[in-house]
Ligand binder design. Structure first.
Ligand code: ADP
Ligand code: MG
Length: 233
């Protein structure tokens, strides 16, 4: 085999029902936190998202997993990524704890900090969307308004909200990281489900019963959602 080789991409082989040119979604009246200077001008890329999607042979999308701590967001997001990767899709998981090690390392868990956390993640997810990637995010994201803020950043159909539904009793029983025990003892403040609210989605694109269903079944449901939306073939 030569030291490097070039693969050619089959052009125009995608047949998605809504194949239209998308401009970056910058109209967002409800998002007052995404401020920028009037001297900052958007530079349009030569290689567009459409080109990337053609190359990838699938569309890009944000899969936003939300739910209580221990509901199964990370487990499911990574299992879906694994399945998609085997199908040669370009994917990336943005996971709560990992992001809080770097990009959001300066933020805590007050309402204001949680809001800022989600605003940053939303904007990073949007960049991945432009990069042609299926981006999977695993954040508790307890507040409806914050999730709506991210939905407003992109076009309709590009943000798919997946509610990982598991009763708090189940999550507390699992207590994957021992956090519920600490929260019950008052050692962690503002803990979602104990001392801070979780607002379940009113109208998510998908509800998966991660509290009771086997993981494989939950993965199947997410893959089916992607097929039904013509994100993947
Ligand atoms: N259907 C399921 N989907 C996801 N996780 C599940 C499921 N069934 C059981 N689990 C278990 O629940 C736990 C969820 O942990 P985790 O994914 O870290 O939750 P979260 O990221 O929501 O805090 C894991 O131990 C996982 O094995
Ligand atoms: Mg997690």
């Amino acid at each position: 085999m030569p030291p490097f080789f070039v693969t050619t991409c089959k052009k125009n082989t995608l047949h998605f029902p809504t194949q239209k040119k998308l401009e970056p979604c910058m109209t967002n009246t409800s998002d007052h936190t995404n401020k920028h200077s009037s001297d900052v001008v958007w530079h349009h890329a030569t290689v567009t998202r459409e080109h990337r999607e053609d190359l990838n042979q699938h569309k890009s999308v944000i899969l936003w997993f939300t739910g209580l701590s221990g509901a199964g967001k990370s487990t499911l997001a990574h299992a879906v990524e694994d399945r998609l990767h085997q199908m040669t899709c370009r994917t990336f998981v943005l996971d709560g704890d990992n992001v809080r090690h770097g990009l959001c390392g300066d933020l805590g868990f007050t309402e204001a900090d949680r809001k800022e956390n989600i605003r940053r993640i939303g904007n990073v997810a949007k960049l991945f969307l432009e990069a042609g990637v299926i981006v999977l995010t695993a954040f508790i994201s307890p507040f409806r308004s914050d999730r709506q803020l991210v939905r407003n950043l992109v076009h309709p159909g590009e943000f798919l909200e997946i509610f990982c539904s598991a009763a708090i009793e189940v999550c507390e029983q699992r207590d994957v990281k021992g956090l519920y025990q600490k929260a019950r003892k008052g050692e962690i403040k503002n803990f979602t489900g104990i001392s801070s609210p979780y607002e379940a989605p009113a109208n998510p694109e998908l509800i998966v019963d991660t509290g009771a269903s086997p993981l494989d079944d939950c993965v199947d449901q997410v893959i089916e959602l992607l097929r039904s939306r013509a994100i993947i073939n």
